[in-house]
Design a protein around this ligand. Structure first.
Ligand SMILES: [Zn+2]
Length: 153
């Protein structure tokens, strides 16, 4: 049996780490720690340190969101061609068109935000994120009124 100079065989440790078939554990001469127990402890410690780091990172979530956005933008820039192709491939199917039509129909019927925003965008050259909720509410009320008067005629 080959035991390195820095280590020695002692009684079985609390963790029951038997060295080969000796019925004993291998210890560091320095510190008198079982080699396997020390390994586990190191692992545990590094885990918690990493965990704390991640927690800190997530705590400053604004930073994280910014980074995420940056990465997404970079990905889109890099893969713009592919994404376009994939999008076209997906939207170019009859199944997709059917789903999209049905979605639009429901949105129009129930005056959903998406439908109202779409109208507002077409008429005013706005982007969706620029439209405040109040404007959506107003437009919805207006559309409801228009519809009910149309029905009354
Ligand atoms: Zn041990």
């Amino acid at each position: 049996m080959n035991i390195p100079n820095s280590k020695y065989l002692g009684k079985l440790c609390k963790g029951g780490h038997e060295y080969l078939d000796t019925g004993k554990s291998l210890y560091y001469k320095l510190g008198y720690n079982c080699v396997e127990c020390a390994k586990l402890n190191r692992k545990k410690q590094s885990n918690t340190e990493k965990y704390k780091e991640w927690q800190k990172f997530y705590a400053s979530s604004e930073k994280y969101k910014k980074l995420n956005k940056k990465l997404q933008r970079r990905y889109r820039e890099k893969n713009a061609g592919n994404i376009k192709k994939m999008h076209k491939k997906y939207t170019d199917t009859e199944k997709f068109r059917k789903i999209a039509r049905e979605k639009t129909r429901i949105e129009r019927k129930e005056l959903k935000d998406a439908y109202i925003k779409q109208i507002l965008c077409q008429k005013n050259k706005l982007t969706r994120s620029m439209i405040p909720n109040e404007l959506v509410e107003l437009k919805r009320a207006q559309l409801k009124l228009t519809r009910s008067t149309r029905r009354a005629k």
